[in-house]
Structure formats: structure tokens, C-alpha cells
Design a protein around this ligand. Structure first.
Ligand code: SF4
Length: 61
């Protein structure tokens, strides 16, 4: 079975400046591009960002 990956819901994400998921991702897999935040292929599926996002904008798929 493939490892789960984190996905950011753009409607829920508040583009917070000091975003805990971005700052604490062990793989530095959360990036910002053209005003949206994405999870790259570097995601290891640890779920840390899901716990840290206070807007519940990140889910594992
Ligand atoms: S699940 Fe873990 S590795 Fe993947 S984006 Fe979230 S914090 Fe980073």
C-alpha cells in the first residue's frame, strides 16, 4: 500500500505568515507558490502538519 501524503485544502488554508506546519515539517515538504501552499513529493506521511494546522486545512490522502 502506498504511503499517505498530506494535502492542503486551499479554501481552509489562511496563508498564515508563521505557519507551524511549514516550519515543523521534517521533510520541508510544504511550499508556497503564487499565493498557494502545496505539499511536495518530499512528504513522508508523518502527519505532523495535520496535528499542527489550527485551521484543519491538511488531510492525509
Ligand atoms: S505529513 Fe509530515 S512530511 Fe508530509 S507534509 Fe506533513 S509534516 Fe511534512
Amino acid at each position: 500500500m502506498a504511503t499517505l501524503r498530506a494535502v492542503i485544502d486551499g479554501d481552509k488554508c489562511q496563508q498564515e505568515k508563521n505557519c507551524p506546519p511549514m516550519e515543523n515539517c521534517p521533510a520541508n515538504a510544504i511550499i508556497e507558490d503564487e499565493g498557494f501552499r502545496f505539499v511536495t513529493n518530499d512528504c513522508r506521511g508523518c502527519k505532523k502538519c495535520v496535528t499542527l494546522c489550527k485551521y484543519n486545512a491538511i488531510t492525509m490522502v
